[in-house]
Design a protein around this ligand. Structure first.
Ligand code: HEC
Length: 427
């Protein structure tokens, strides 16, 4: 049925005008939405720059874009900055091009393929550093999460306005996060080749400086919100490695950009989380929820969702005091491999009394193609990759700076209730 509808649409469009060609219609779509990952040396397994590249895989391109599997972008709503989504018209153009036999058209009409700078896109950094030695990734086996301490020379306090990360091996590096460690713990654990660390980097506080995921451009901090780099801090790079089928090595590099501007404010993390997770084997729709009522007016700048492999659906909602609902995020098909943090195009203002809610749904059945267990087995809360987690972190700023303490106290109370709940459960 669906194929028939496609053909009908394609024929109807064809009847209205000439079929799309690679040069005129398809190349601009590929250059804007695909090339940043699909070029030599980048994260995707093949380039999509020339007519040859694209025509070889034309049916696959039509199929993965129609399913919205490519470009990878998890939230179905609302709109965020840096969104990687094709419009319905762009998807239709690709379908029609393939139905028409993937014609090249006039090569001289094609735009020039984008050039990819080999240096740092933000220019020369204030500090550049690398993993102390290359890391060897075996040809196969499970994914690896590894932390590398990058000791820094003692320096006065500095303010970081942006970071960038350049993976040493884009085939094997799936994503990377940069932290600062003021405890010396990472330096003690890493005797040269890093140490295993799934979930957290293994020290507290783990102060995040930013991260890299495939296709992501560096995002400078908002004005007045730089991160303070402590005088005695070490950098710690947490890298998720994905075996490629042959032995690989990686030496990832990082860049820090400083500003003289002392931070005036910091985004506050409003965590919606739960450790009450105990999912029976075979359970298809297990819900985990949390909520918090905002004591003061806030602006929400961004949202960071987190779970492991068997979570399927993530929903964050705000219920305003007048009863109106606002969707904060919906991810209908969570994929641990495409973790990201999302910034709203304009901050979402929520008045005091708004209740923010998280509802995550887990599928622990054979039905879930990403279930790592065959047959499925009971999964509980925990930090290992085979355990599960639930977290929806809202990055907020009180509308009035004088409300910061009240927000902090309410969040403290929430944390205490959660810990209390945990103790109560164990009795
Ligand atoms: C953010 C990076 C990124 C972007 C943007 C991106 N891709 Fe991909 N693509 C990948 C990666 C990585 C893979 C390998 C599969 C995986 O890891 O899921 C892939 C795989 C593919 C595949 C093979 C799928 C299969 O089943 O074998 C096709 C076809 C494809 N991409 C087409 C596209 C098209 C067309 C676009 C633009 C409309 C696009 N991609 C945009 C990263 C990207």
């Amino acid at each position: 049925m669906r194929t028939a509808a496609f053909v009908f649409v394609a024929v109807a469009a064809w009847a209205n005008g000439p079929a799309p060609t690679f040069s005129r219609d398809v190349a601009p779509i590929l250059y804007q939405h695909c090339a940043q990952c699909h070029h030599a040396g980048a994260v995707a397994p093949f380039p999509l720059l020339t007519f040859r590249d694209a025509s070889k895989r034309a049916p696959l391109i039509a199929a993965v874009t129609a399913r919205r599997f490519m470009p990878p972008w998890l939230p179905s709503a609302p709109h965020f900055q840096g969104e990687r989504r094709l419009s319905a018209a762009e998807i239709a153009t690709l379908q029609q091009w393939v139905s028409a036999g993937a014609p090249q058209g006039d090569p001289s009409a094609a735009p020039l393929p984008p050039a990819f700078a080999s240096g740092w896109p933000l220019g020369p950094p204030g500090l550049e550093a690398a993993m102390r030695q290359p890391f060897e990734i075996p040809a196969d086996g499970p994914d690896r999460y590894r932390c590398f301490a990058i000791p820094l020379a003692r320096a006065p306090q500095r303010y970081v306005r942006a970071i960038d990360i350049q993976p040493g091996n884009t085939r094997a590096v799936h994503h990377a996060l940069l932290f600062q460690d003021v405890t010396g713990e990472a330096r003690r654990r890493d005797t040269g080749g890093g140490y295993p660390c799934f979930g957290t980097p293994g020290f507290l506080p783990a102060r995040g400086l930013g991260g890299w995921t495939p296709g992501k451009q560096p995002v400078p901090s908002l004005p007045g919100m730089a991160e303070t780099l402590d005088p005695g801090a070490d950098l710690v790079l947490q890298v998720h490695y994905h075996p490629t089928g042959k032995p690989e090595t990686d030496r990832t590099r990082v860049a820090l950009y400083f500003t003289q501007e002392k931070p005036r404010q910091h985004l506050t993390d409003v965590p919606l989380t739960s450790n009450r997770i105990d999912i029976p084997a075979g359970e298809r729709s297990y819900k985990v929820t949390d909520h918090f009522t905002l004591p003061v007016d806030v602006d929400v700048f961004g949202v960071i969702p987190h779970a492991h492999y068997i979570c399927r659906d993530m929903l964050g909602t705000a219920i305003l005091p007048n009863g109106a609902r606002r969707m904060l995020i919906h991810i209908p098909d969570w994929n641990f491999n495409w973790q990201d943090q999302y910034r709203y195009r304009t901050p979402v203002r929520l008045p005091a009394g708004t209740r923010v809610e998280m509802e995550f749904t887990y599928d622990n059945s054979e039905n879930n193609p990403r279930n790592p267990n065959h047959p499925p087995r009971r999964v509980q809360y925990g930090a290992a990759s085979t355990d599960e987690m639930a977290g929806l972190h809202l990055e907020v700023l009180p509308v009035r700076a004088s409300d910061q303490d009240e927000l902090g106290q309410a969040l403290w109370g929430k944390m205490m209730r959660m810990l209390g709940g945990g103790i109560y459960r164990r009795q």
